[in-house]
Design a protein around this ligand. Structure first.
Ligand code: NAI
Ligand code: CS2
Length: 466
């Protein structure tokens, strides 16, 4: 038996959803039907609908692969989240493929009933130039969308859909990035507006004007460790539920959502489930991105070099916790002054990372490093004027990983690997690599480059001693 509306009644009450999708309407459109959306925004939205009695449902759109859409449809859009317990979530009401179901997605985005768009499309999905952070219009995928084909990138598609909404009614809407980037709201607004500006649309100036004045792009901080789904995740969910759930996800119990309180139109009352609405998310955002995500990337490259598989494996070594504490101590001085309790946050991080129940693979975190490191580490290096010993060691481990000993995926994998070709010394490789990810200024700092290059032989030998 498979999870669906018809098998819902067979579930024990503690496994059932808080809302019935049949009582909800699609009022939020989400792009990126990945593991994180299911364990985060879908959970908050379900609780918001249940608490308010308002019919906030999600139409979840997958940009690329058709499998999650097909699987979710088979299950009437139901799926479960396992943390300490397993529970079915009932907030998704439609599953759509961005390209195959373009007509329906268009209908939704032009409907005034839809007032919120959310996104979890990974750092790659924004097509930002590493050196400037602006839309990379030279990227072949963006260039093809700009040349007039039916858009296949989320940025091209969303810009086109928002323009259609402007032309249809101009009804206000909020577009909410839930990806890990500093200033994610402004970054998204910028790539969308740049796409419109580079389009040949006769009304592009009016569209840009509307985007600037009517559409909101609130910044957000999203937090919940949600590892990629494995067979074990699905089997555990089936054992708990008594029915198969091919869209099951497992996540840590902790979750957090901090949003800039600047929405343009009605939104789900996510605060009913603990989301925090604040005037300025920057202190929360930088603390999370630089301490949690920054340490995560360090754990990934150093852990892989030491032969570990998961984050918890690294924390179980003699040096894992020391590394996290050393790394965060080097980063903390760059955080903006605020009343947030940084030492308590670091203590909690160590505990979250050490949880053996979360099999968070280092290879997953290490993927797309060219984009993640540019976001997580480079601003820290700039602001503190170089690296301390732990940051330098982490950078050396990333440099080692670019040679592909672990087969990590990255949109720049080939050009990073090419930085090793014909280099007279490792300092040259380091400088080339930093330049490739948008850190030409850092590549020009000989002390930093030498500190990284000096640590490379130990990392290559798997000797990690932070
Ligand atoms: P996932 O691999 O399960 O899903 C990735 C989603 O992004 C899929 O819907 C995929 O179609 C889409 N995508 C991938 N490349 C794309 C591209 N070039 N253009 C457009 N869409 C693309 O990953 P997951 O776990 O859902 O994470 C997605 C993002 O959510 C992360 O990159 C991060 O920014 C954010 N996030 C994830 C957390 C986690 O622990 N998994 C926690 C906090 C934030
Ligand atoms: C991780 C994040 O995959 C990664 O790069 O650092 O997805 C991390 O698990 C989340 O941001 C936690 O909220």
């Amino acid at each position: 038996m498979t999870l669906s509306l018809s098998t819902l009644d067979s579930l024990k009450p503690e496994h059932r959803p808080e809302t019935d999708p049949r009582d909800l309407a699609p009022r939020v459109v989400h792009f990126g039907l990945g593991a994180f959306h299911r364990a985060h925004q879908a959970v908050y939205t379900e609780a918001a609908a249940a608490a308010s009695g308002q019919p906030w449902g999600i139409a979840a759109v997958n940009p690329r692969s058709p499998e999650p859409v097909e699987r979710l449809r088979t299950q009437d859009c139901l799926f479960s989240v396992t943390d300490r317990r397993t529970r079915v979530v009932g907030s998704v009401v439609e599953a759509l493929g961005m390209v195959p179901d373009a007509g329906r997605v268009d209908e939704l985005l032009t409907s005034p009933e839809v007032t919120v768009v959310t996104l979890t499309v990974t750092e790659k999905g924004y097509f930002r130039d590493p050196a400037t952070g602006r839309l990379d219009t030279a990227n072949p995928e963006i260039a093809a969308d700009l040349a007039g084909r039916p858009p296949r990138t989320v940025i091209g598609r969303l810009a086109t859909l928002l323009a259609a909404r402007f032309r249809a009614s101009g009804a206000p809407i909020s577009v909410v990035s839930c990806d890990n980037a500093a200033g994610n709201g402004r970054a998204l607004a910028d790539v969308i507006t740049s796409f419109v500006s580079a389009s040949g649309w006769p009304d592009r100036e009016a569209v840009q004007d509307w985007l600037r004045t009517v559409v909101a792009f609130p910044a957000t901080v999203v937090d919940r460790i949600v590892p990629a789904v494995t067979g074990a995740t699905t089997d555990a969910a089936a054992a708990a539920l008594g029915v198969r759930d091919e869209m099951a996800v497992a996540a840590e119990p902790y979750r957090q959502w901090v949003l800039e309180d600047s929405f343009a139109a009605p939104r789900p009352p996510w605060e009913a489930d603990g989301a925090l609405f604040v005037a300025d998310v920057a202190p929360h955002q930088l603390m999370k991105l630089r301490l949690l995500n920054g340490s995560h990337s360090a754990l990934a490259y150093l852990g892989l070099a030491a032969g570990c598989r998961t984050v918890a494996d690294v924390l179980a070594t003699g040096w894992g916790e020391r590394m996290v504490r050393g790394f965060t101590a080097e980063v903390a001085p760059t955080l903006p002054a605020s009343d947030l309790d940084v030492p308590a946050y670091v203590d909690a991080l160590v505990e979250r990372f050490a949880d053996p129940a979360i099999g968070h693979r280092l290879r997953q975190i290490g993927s797309d490093g060219s984009l993640k490191i540019a976001e997580r580490w480079l601003p820290v290096l700039r602001e503190r004027g170089g690296a301390g010993p732990v940051l330098a060691l982490a950078l050396a481990a990333w440099v080692h990983a670019t040679r592909q000993p672990f087969g990590i995926t990255d949109p720049l994998a080939e050009s990073l690997a090419a930085c090793w070709d014909g280099a007279p010394d490792t300092a040259t490789v380091v400088a080339r690599l930093l330049t490739a990810i948008g850190g030409a200024d850092l590549a020009g700092d000989p002390a930093l480059v030498a500190a990284i290059a000096r640590r490379l032989p130990a990392v290559e030998a798997g000797r990690i001693d932070p």
